[in-house]
Design a protein around this ligand. Sequence first.
Ligand SMILES: C[S@@+](CC[C@H](N)C(=O)[O-])C[C@H]1O[C@@H](n2cnc3c(N)ncnc32)[C@H](O)[C@@H]1O
Length: 257
Amino acid sequence: MGKTREKVSFDAYYRKIYEDRWEGLQNALLSDPQQIPLDDRDSPYYLDEASVIAAQALPVSPGSAVLDMCAAPGGKSLILSRNLGATGTLVCNDRSSQRRARLHRVLDQYTPVEVRSRIRITSHDASRWALYETDQYDSILLDAPCSSERHVLRDPSAIAAWSVSRTRNLQSIQFAMLASALEAVKIGGHILYSTCSINPHENQDVAHRLEKKRSGRYRFVDTELLRGEYCDPGVLILPDSEENIGPIYYVLIQRTA
Ligand SMILES: C[S@@+](CC[C@H](N)C(=O)[O-])C[C@H]1O[C@@H](n2cnc3c(N)ncnc32)[C@H](O)[C@@H]1O
């Protein structure tokens, strides 16, 4: 007789990870997220403060070549674009045509014309990036597709569709993207890996997989803790302890070889 796999529920899975913290964290995830305006215009772009902190943790110096691998709808791209200086360039990539349409609108509406002219929008599969381009970028943001539990919790059909194998599949995709980013960034350049997941297997464990597969070619870089808590490696901002901002996980990685 073949083995049958026990179906683990969303609730049981996260309760096992967060134990006594799960009830409060779940309630925080179900309440409305706090967002802040990115500038003082009449109709500004609003973004979760935790996303702002994560995007700002990626060093972008004037004149640099920057890649946002999974950019739509573009909130974090707006933050990266502020530090390009007079000559820097930004490639904003996303594979979804629907989300790319929104990315176009956001960048057109919220970036000055002169900066917008140095932003290119592309539609590639981020996990295959290194097949086409290597050693090109000073800074890469990889804000990876993830379980996005805040959205799952608000949608009964998404809770029903959730499964352990779905999160495992995401982990493989996330690592393939991170491995690709490591080839695409220049030696000495930085990658910021981030997700809006609360699942450590999609966060710290993806970063740790580099140890097994890309040992000696990168280092984790310490970042200042503005909100949230340190984890190994990186920072986790959870809404139950941070006035309902987040969730966001991020880790800064420097390519060394
Ligand atoms: C977390 S969202 C990005 C949010 C964005 N960084 C922001 O701040 O507005 C992840 C994005 O990855 C895109 N995506 C999913 N799979 C992809 C792939 N294989 N290659 C490129 N983009 C992908 C999705 O369409 C989605 O827009």
